[in-house]
Each structure stands twice: as structure tokens, then as C-alpha cells.
Design a protein around this ligand. Structure first.
Ligand SMILES: [Zn+2]
Length: 342
């Protein structure tokens, strides 16, 4: 059967693309880490353009305050509280049935990141925090996989394509990972949907060059955009000679960190995420049965929701739990222990 390429005819007219490029794109795997604002736009472009296989990873579920900029979601997804990876995959399958789409409802951390990106041709950063980005950087450098970094805040954004061994890595570009609380977040500085679209478009454009084998066309720059002021600045970056712990010395501190059970306050919300380690499979239906007396509870294949003590617990099948309605990790841990079990 010949591949129906007609739908891609307009992009195939572009220099360096053609039928050959389109077929090459179809043989490639892209992994999108985070399906929030950036990840939504990135995944949409990749699916529409006809990438062969698209892996969507996200730990969270759709909420109403996501809708102004998270382009893949609709009101019904927020009303349902659907996991973002599931809602995104559902939508993208309606857009392009030629793409193999794989949804992963998963927290991207040192336990999960290496398996997640293995086999990817390009990894796209749709994350909303530096911990995940620095972790993705280490994993991509270790596995020699190119990736695109994108970050947005307010009306401002940054983008760089990183090719291990050829360009500076994220650690080279931005220095050590900023400690938690040291940089403003979308919660304190806000976020404009239009800058998200611009940075996502730049990430995917660099990604296309990598996927099509047009590496000479890469910008090899850190691109800075302020959509409100209309500024776009490009600073060329070159790999230094030595000294980066990640790409020169091969020290993967975040990947190799000893992990205990973690309680993390989530960016942009009054919520704490509890990640029990080791991960375990929960039988959500029987847990829902046990919690029926405690408060309003509902369960699906992917998650369970419980309203109790003025908070909402969302429990995923791997035991990971988001406690909404508090920003106190100790209280969140206590609630987790009480209702899900420590
Ligand atoms: Zn480096």
C-alpha cells in the first residue's frame, strides 16, 4: 500500500523536505516530556506533520485553568479531570490516524526517564520545571539523543536545540540547576498563551531539522523571545573545550541520585505530589471500595479521586498521588498515609 502523502503536500514543497523527507519523518520517534502548554503545541505540530511514532508523557490531569493555553484540551477534558497524556492522545488520534501514539501517565523522574526516552530520535521539552529539564538533559546526553529545550514565563521564552557531543548541553548553557524557589514560576509571574505557541514552534522547527537529517540547518543558538515587546534575540553558542560535569565528564548526578519517596509542591497550584518508592501497582477499584465510606470517591482505569478533609486526592495506578488544596508537604504525606496507605 502506498502511503497517502497528499495531506503533507504543502510541507513537502519546502526546500530539503520532499517525499523523501516525509518518508524519513514517518520512520522517526519523537518523545514529548510534559503535555501542558508547550507540550500540547509541540505534540500537535508533530502529529499533524506526520511523525511516525509519538510518545506523550505527563503526570498530571486537565484542569480549567489549563484551557487558555493548553491547545489540545477542551472543557469536557477539564470537567472529567482526564489525565493529560490520555486526553492529548485521544485528540491527536482524531487529527492523524497515520501516527502511532503512545500515552504514558507517568512522573518523569530518575526512575522513569531513561526507559521513557530510549529509542527516541528527538526528545522535546514540554516540562514546567528545571528539575525535569536537567534530568532530561542528563538522560539525553547519556544516550546520545538530541533534544530541544524550551522554557516560558510571563511573556518571555527561551529555546535551544541540544545535540550531545556537538552543541553545549543545558548544563553548559544555563549553569547548575537553580535551587527550588530561586526562580519565578508561572504561579508568581503568570504566563501568556501566545509566547507558548512561539517557543513550541521554534522547538518543533529545530526538531524537524533533526528528524529530517538537516543538521547543518540547526540554529545552534540560544533564542530569546519576548512576544509583548516584539523582541527576538539569538545568541550563538559553541561547545566549550571542557569542564561541564554532564557532557564533558559524564557525571549524571540527578540520574544517579538515591531516590526516597518524594513529596513535591507542584508549580502553579496549591498541590503536592507524593511519589511512593518503590512504585507499586494499585487496584484502584478495590481502593475506591474501601474509601466509599470516607467521602465522595470516583475511579477510572487511570485514576481515583477522593474528596476528604477539605482537599482532593488524585491517586494514579502506580501509587503516585496529587493532593490538591494544600501546599504543605507534611500534611500531604499525612493524608496520603491515612487514605492510600504508606
Ligand atoms: Zn554540558
Amino acid at each position: 500500500m502506498t502511503m497517502p502523502l497528499e495531506r503533507y503536500s504543502r510541507q513537502m514543497l519546502l526546500p530539503g523536505w520532499g517525499r523523501e523527507g516525509q518518508e524519513r519523518l514517518r520512520s522517526k520517534t519523537a518523545v514529548v516530556v510534559g503535555c501542558g502548554a508547550l507540550g500540547s503545541h509541540i505534540a500537535s505540530h508533530l502529529a499533524r506533520a506526520g511523525v511516525g511514532r509519538l510518545v506523550l508523557a505527563d503526570r498530571d490531569f486537565v484542569e480549567w485553568h489549563n484551557l487558555p493555553r493548553q491547545a489540545l484540551y477542551a472543557e469536557a477534558d477539564a470537567a472529567e479531570g482526564a489525565p493529560k497524556a490520555v486526553a492529548a492522545a485521544r485528540r491527536l488520534r482524531q487529527i492523524n490516524t497515520q501516527v502511532e501514539i503512545e500515552e504514558r501517565v507517568v512522573d518523569v523522574n530518575a526512575d522513569t526517564v531513561e526507559e521513557l526516552i530510549a529509542g527516541a530520535d528527538v526528545v522535546f521539552d514540554g516540562a514546567d520545571n528545571f528539575e525535569v529539564r536537567y534530568l532530561v538533559n542528563e538522560a539525553c546526553v547519556k544516550q546520545g539523543i538530541p533534544w530541544t529545550y524550551g522554557g516560558v514565563l510571563g511573556t518571555y521564552g527561551l529555546m535551544a536545540a541540544i545535540v550531545p557531543g556537538e552543541t553545549p548541553c543545558l548544563r553548559c548553557l544555563l549553569g547548575p540547576m537553580p535551587p527550588p524557589g530561586a526562580v519565578p514560576t508561572c504561579e508568581t509571574a503568570g504566563i501568556l498563551g501566545t509566547v507558548v505557541a512561539v517557543i513550541a514552534a521554534l522547538e518543533v522547527t529545530e526538531g524537524f531539522k533533526l528528524l529530517l537529517g538537516l543538521k547543518d540547518e540547526l540554529l545552534r543558538s540560544l533564542v530569546m523571545v519576548d512576544v509583548w515587546k516584539g523582541d527576538l534575540e539569538r545568541v550563538e553558542v559553541q561547545k566549550g573545550t571542557a569542564g561541564c560535569p554532564v557532557c564533558d565528564e559524564g557525571r549524571y548526578e540527578l540520574l544517579e541520585a538515591e531516590l526516597g519517596s518524594a513529596a513535591v509542591v507542584l508549580c502553579g497550584r496549591t498541590a503536592v505530589q507524593i511519589t511512593p518508592r518503590p512504585a507499586r501497582r494499585l487496584d484502584l477499584a478495590s481502593l475506591a471500595g474501601r474509601l466509599a465510606e470516607v467521602g465522595p470517591v470516583s475511579a477510572s482505569e487511570y485514576l481515583l479521586r477522593l474528596e476528604v478533609e477539605g482537599v482532593q486526592l488524585t491517586v494514579f495506578a502506580d501509587g503516585r498521588t496529587i493532593v490538591k488544596g494544600t501546599d504543605d508537604p507534611a500534611r500531604a504525606r499525612a493524608l496520603f498515609a491515612r487514605y492510600v496507605g504508606s
